[in-house]
Design a protein around this ligand. Structure first.
Ligand SMILES: [Zn+2]
Ligand SMILES: [Zn+2]
Length: 124
């Protein structure tokens, strides 16, 4: 699968806590299929967060829309993440995949992460 951002760069499949994710070796963005983000945030993904945390999440300049790497010809739209309102992520409304720029996963899994997850998933 090609990186939606770099367009001609093949993403690398990486297994994190038993979940297969696609990560771009060039821009370090992460593609997650539907529900993979929720699954990831429920698990111990420290190594991935450590890798991702080296990057500052920057708000991308407008003007360039990204294509969904899975659905040909479909654009990703910017949605307020329901996991962390205020963080805008690129999502596909066809396959429900999510694109995270480098650093965005770390932002999503921020400091009150545990509390948030407990609330979302009813953990004790
Ligand atoms: Zn890339
Ligand atoms: Zn799609």
């Amino acid at each position: 699968m090609l990186c939606p951002k770099c367009e001609n760069k093949e993403m690398e499949t990486q297994s994190v806590a038993g979940i297969e994710i696609d990560r771009c070796p060039e821009c370090h963005g992460i593609w997650l299929d539907a529900l993979e983000l929720e699954s990831l945030l429920k698990r111990d993904i420290k190594p991935l967060l450590e890798a991702d945390g080296q990057f500052e999440a920057v708000t991308r300049q407008e003007g360039r829309r990204l294509h969904c790497p899975r659905c040909k010809g479909t654009y990703l739209i910017k949605l307020n993440s329901r996991l962390r309102p205020g963080t805008i992520v690129d999502s596909c409304t066809t396959c429900f995949g999510t694109w995270l720029d480098a650093g965005e996963l770390t932002r999503l899994a921020g400091d009150d992460f545990a509390r948030l997850i407990a609330k979302l998933f009813g953990a004790p």
